[in-house]
Design a protein around this ligand. Structure first.
Ligand SMILES: [Zn+2]
Ligand SMILES: [Zn+2]
Length: 347
């Protein structure tokens, strides 16, 4: 075991504090990673505040992790010392169920092992990336192409793959009209990725305050959802809508913007059920769907795609001591577009 520096929540209401966490000695198929940067995902905040259920404290969160390999187990073949690598939202799965065997570990029927707040294979609770080091099975470690700026890589491991996977699955590409609801951490990545795939991208945001950014990220159109005229102008328009908003919305108003056989995919998760009107689905054979992160192979594909297309998240780099302030700003939607913690400030 080794004891490494970290930031942890000690209760649902107390600010995060500097502390240490234990990391297991790398097993034969484990990789020890020296973490360089960790992204702040809204899920981290929901989790530490107990908003998604009870968790055990102290808890270190963080599932957007990038760093370098500093030690490998004897049987590791996929990574070597010095490699630039990433870890996303999962660190293990059953590997035997139908979905795992299909490379869709995020849908493991036995439940995958989350990067934090999950029960690990040794019975301990997993601790995430707001720390200087992490030990992960080589199969759940991604190769990070050198031409993506390292400080900007981390958000690809959650925000990037969460939007890439549904865009790829529902065939965003040339000739397809894709709308993105919300221009936050997830939304801005959805815009960049969908545009790079060749789709015609429209942003549907509360206001026009981020319009210049949206167009710069590759959107062709940008509409304010606070204006009722938007919903009349865009009725029956889109092949695919990616909903990144986790607040309660009038989902039927958005479903009506789908053309025949269009699909609205939710990747944001409001705590309350959404009342979907079946008649709105009937009207144009529309589908309402959900999607969760991506498998390991697809996450690798996403990293390689972003490297090839020159896409990276927009980030605000912060030191470890600024995490509590950053949380308040994330909750207030006051970040363009993802906070990333410089883990050197924890050493
Ligand atoms: Zn996340
Ligand atoms: Zn499985």
């Amino acid at each position: 075991m080794r004891t490494v520096n970290a930031i942890a929540a000690t209760s649902a209401t107390a600010p995060l504090v500097r502390t240490t966490v234990e990391r297991r000695d790398p097993g034969p198929r484990d990789v020890l990673i020296e973490i360089r940067y960790a992204g702040i995902c809204h899920s981290d905040i929901h989790t530490v505040r107990g908003e998604w259920g009870e968790v055990a404290y102290p808890l270190t969160v963080g599932h957007e992790i990038v760093g370098h390999v500093v030690e490998v187990g004897a049987e590791v073949t996929k990574h070597k010392i010095g490699d630039r690598v990433g870890v996303g939202c999962m660190v293990n799965s059953c590997r035997e169920c139908e979905n795992c065997r299909a490379g869709l570990e995020q849908y493991c029927t036995g439940g995958n092992v989350g990067t934090y707040a999950s029960v690990d294979r040794d019975g301990t609770i997993t601790q995430g990336g707001y720390s200087t080091h992490v030990v992960v099975d080589e199969d759940f470690v991604l190769r990070v192409p050198e031409n993506i700026p390292i400080e900007a890589v981390a958000p690809l491991l959650c925000a990037g793959i969460t939007t890439y996977s549904p865009l790829a699955h529902w065939n965003a590409g040339p000739g397809k009209k894709v709308a993105v609801i919300g221009m936050g951490g997830l939304g801005h990545m959805a815009v960049k990725i969908a545009a790079a795939m060749g789709a015609e991208v429209t942003v549907l945001s509360q206001t026009l305050s981020k319009k210049d950014d949206g167009l710069a990220f590759g959107a062709e159109n940008y509409y304010a959802t606070s204006d009722p005229a938007t919903f009349e102008a865009l009725a029956n328009t889109f092949d695919l809508i990616i909903n990144t908003v986790s607040a309660q919305t009038d989902i039927n108003a958005y479903l009506r913007l789908l053309r025949l056989d269009g699909t609205l995919v939710s990747v944001g998760a409001p705590p309350e059920p959404l009342p979907v009107r079946a008649f709105v689905l009937f009207g144009a054979r529309r589908s309402f769907a959900g999607s969760s992160i991506g498998g390991i192979a697809e996450t690798q594909e996403m990293l390689d795609f972003c490297a090839e297309k020159g896409i990276a998240p927009e980030i605000e780099l912060i030191d470890a001591d600024a995490v509590n302030e950053a949380y308040e700003r994330v909750v207030a939607s006051d970040v363009r577009y993802r906070f990333v913690i410089d883990i050197d400030s924890l050493r």
